[in-house]
Design a protein around this ligand. Structure first.
Ligand SMILES: Nc1ncnc2c1ncn2[C@@H]1O[C@H](COP(=O)(O)OP(=O)(O)OP(=O)(O)O)[C@@H](O)[C@H]1O
Length: 326
């Protein structure tokens, strides 16, 4: 059992409170992603779980044990950062086994565990190479290997993919998800990238200004964002959001939202009329940027072969039941 439970967790740096009371239960074996804009406190929260940062108040339990004041090494966690920090003069085999060598484990045990980790991470062909002869993704896997070998109860990842290019990030997202499925270990993963959160998480925790905005499965957050902040943060391209008089005219108290994929465009007879300003062709679909009368900027996502051009007059309507109102 390796649940992670946070109770009333707070953190101040001097007079500045950056974590303002966080309560959270990450279930054993769950892949939990902390997501939010820069400065919302994701890394600070993760560092408190790891023990690298001490909380100002509140409690942290890992595997049913109160670790609030425990040393990082005594928490049963392993942390993987965005910089790989591999030892350049050691081979992959030596890098992966480094922690066990340091702990003076028997050579046969180290060899056996390194072989197992290399198999799980598909690094068997690279064991005798030095880090400089590896791709970015392979180096990141070695860094993960160094953590796995210690058999942690919980993995903590702090933006581990942010130094990789887009194609490699996409590949590593799949690899990490598969690794999680194979190991079944609790993982907590910090990112500012909502695509990473949506694609990898069992549970997403959206943070904003040191507080939790919403916790839920990816499609729960997508379908039922609890706040305008979550509505605007989850989903790409972003949800169209309108405030004030515009929102009230559309039956909302303060904020009305509709996702680009839930806006239909037609030649005539829509709720809104507008002029196409810009067309982004992505292939399978296109993102149409419209200036709509009485509404303002409106973004619609349509099938890629549909012909739209800047200057064209279009009629747009929200798909019934897919709107959000606050
Ligand atoms: N050691 C520190 N001393 C003072 N303020 C700090 C310290 N560490 C973090 N902060 C502040 O705490 C807030 C949260 O920082 P944190 O690094 O947790 O944010 P984040 O959500 O991880 O952001 P990013 O995505 O940019 O890494 C920020 O306003 C930051 O400036």
């Amino acid at each position: 059992m390796s649940d992670v439970v946070l109770k009333g967790l707070r953190k101040s740096f001097g007079a500045l409170e950056v974590i303002k009371g966080v309560d959270l239960h990450v279930a054993s074996g769950e892949f939990c992603v902390f997501v939010g804009p820069s400065g919302c406190g994701k890394s600070t929260l993760l560092r408190m779980i790891s023990g690298l940062e001490e909380q100002t108040s509140g409690m942290i339990e890992i595997g049913g044990r109160d670790v609030s004041r425990a040393e990082p090494k005594d928490r049963g966690i392993a942390m993987v950062f965005q910089s790989y920090a591999l030892y350049p003069h050691l081979t992959v085999r030596e890098n992966i086994g480094f922690g066990l060598s340091l702990a003076r484990r028997p050579k046969a045990e180290i060899a056996e565990k390194v072989a197992e980790v290399a198999r799980v991470l598909q690094l068997e062909d690279y064991l005798d190479r030095k880090p400089k002869a590896l791709s970015g993704g392979q180096r990141q896997r070695v860094a993960i290997g160094r953590s796995i070998i210690r058999d942690p109860q919980v993995f903590l990842f702090d933006e581990p993919l942010s130094n990789l290019d887009a194609a490699l990030r996409a590949q590593m997202r799949i690899e990490l998800t598969e690794l999680h499925a194979r190991l079944g270990t609790t993982m907590i993963y910090v990112t500012h990238d909502q695509v990473e959160a949506m694609t990898m998480a069992d549970k997403i925790v959206v943070l904003n200004g040191g507080r939790i905005e919403q916790v839920g499965a990816p499609m729960d957050l997508y379908d039922n964002p609890a706040t305008p902040f979550v509505a605007g943060f989850i989903g790409s391209p972003k949800m169209n959001l309108y405030e004030g008089e515009t929102a009230r005219a559309l039956g909302a108290g303060s904020v009305y939202g509709i996702r680009p994929e839930h806006v239909t465009l037609s030649e005539s007879g829509g709720l809104w009329t507008g002029t196409v300003r810009h067309v982004e062709r992505l292939g399978a679909d296109s993102i149409i940027h419209i200036e709509a009368t009485g509404l303002g900027p409106l973004v619609a996502r349509v099938e890629g072969h549909r012909a739209f051009a800047p200057g064209q007059i279009v009629h747009a309507s929200p798909i019934d039941g897919r709107e959000v109102r606050y």
